[in-house]
Design a binder for this molecule. Structure first.
Ligand code: PMV
Length: 332
């Protein structure tokens, strides 16, 4: 099964070309991580995952037809060289949907550090499919857009919605059952603190890191067992507003994912000394009674989890942190 087969199943044959397409998608941070692909081409995961979207932090994309015979890719007002890795990735994705002899101009603004484990590719691909849906007049529902976004970047399928989102791993070979859906549960008191240690490009992509983990970490099967249990218990903790249980599961899930990476060969280590230092700060604060937890993705930065009532204490510890209120109304 390849991407083209999936696209033929989902997209109407004749596009109804419009003047322009616009899309916004929030970035999302997994609390129960997606780690490992059962199908590399279709970005199908071995395990289900659960995320929280970052309100107005994400990607705003405009797409129009370009009159010249090449695509134009603009990110944060900078025209990318067409041979750059990111432009190539976007152009390959556009190729999947390209009507004959048509080229695009994609203009994206991402208000987060790019490629630093803050899910900029997730919101980028999600915003792009929303914009394409408009430009090419597909009129697809969110579930189909989630599947299409997954073809660009796995975690992008969760960026179609605000709030908590779950992505079912599914088991169909074509992945038509592997899409995300929102969890209808608002937790107004929940805060995410973005603690940015480095915004540098990551040394190894998450795709390669996942492949390596699946291929040779002895702990990979234990990861899958843990992820299944965490997914279930995390949802219960959300529904019962049990913050300590919620934080404990999210933090231990992230640490388990990193343990899998660290035990693959060659080992993958995204943390920097400042990451470990920040973890110790969290643990010391928690031991002193402050309910604060963290999660970490494929990068050195931490995302802190805490409740609104503790914002001042957390801010005192992590003065550089940017606070996100995931359930605040997003002004379009
Ligand atoms: O969607 P990708 O290929 O960028 O992989 C995302 C991997 C993690 O961020 C580490 C976990 C996740 O579920 O988002």
């Amino acid at each position: 099964m390849n991407k083209i087969n999936i696209i033929q199943k989902l997209i109407p044959q004749k596009p109804l070309l419009q003047q322009a397409g616009f899309g916004f998608a929030p970035s999302n941070i997994a609390l129960c991580k997606y780690w490992g692909k059962r199908d590399l081409a279709l970005n199908l995961p071995y395990n289900s995952s659960l995320s929280i979207s970052l309100a107005d932090r994400g990607a705003s994309t405009k797409i129009i037809v370009n009159d010249a015979n090449h695509d134009v890719i603009i990110v944060n007002d900078e025209k990318l060289p067409l041979e750059s890795a990111f432009a190539k990735r976007v152009i390959c994705f556009l190729d999947l949907f390209r009507p004959p002899k048509l080229f695009f101009q994609m203009d994206t603004h991402i208000n987060l550090p790019i490629a630093a484990g803050l899910a900029s590719s997730a919101c980028g691909f999600a915003a792009l499919v929303i914009a394409l849906n408009q430009l090419l007049g597909w009129q697809l529902e969110d579930k189909s857009l989630s599947i299409l976004a997954r073809l660009g970047s796995g975690s992008a399928c969760r960026s179609l919605w605000h709030g908590f989102v779950e992505w079912f791993a599914g088991n169909a070979e074509d992945g038509m059952d592997s899409c995300a859906q929102p969890i209808q549960e608002k937790w107004d008191m929940l805060c995410i603190g973005l603690f940015i240690i480095s915004s540098k490009q990551k040394p190894i992509t998450s795709t390669i890191a996942m492949q390596q983990s699946v291929a040779n970490s002895k702990f990979y099967s234990s990861w899958l067992e843990k992820a299944a249990i965490d997914f279930h218990h995390l949802k219960n903790a959300i529904f019962s507003r049990d913050f300590d249980e919620f934080g404990r599961i999210a933090e231990s899930n992230a640490l388990a994912m990193h343990a899998v990476m660290q035990t693959s060969w060659p080992p993958i280590y995204y943390s920097l000394p400042q990451t470990i230092e920040a973890m110790h700060k969290v643990w010391a604060a928690r031991a002193a009674g402050l309910p604060i937890y963290f999660t970490q993705d494929a990068g050195p930065n931490l995302k802190l989890l805490f409740l609104k009532e503790n914002t001042a204490q957390v801010q005192e510890l992590f003065s550089q942190m940017q606070v996100i209120h995931p359930f605040d109304e997003v002004v379009a």
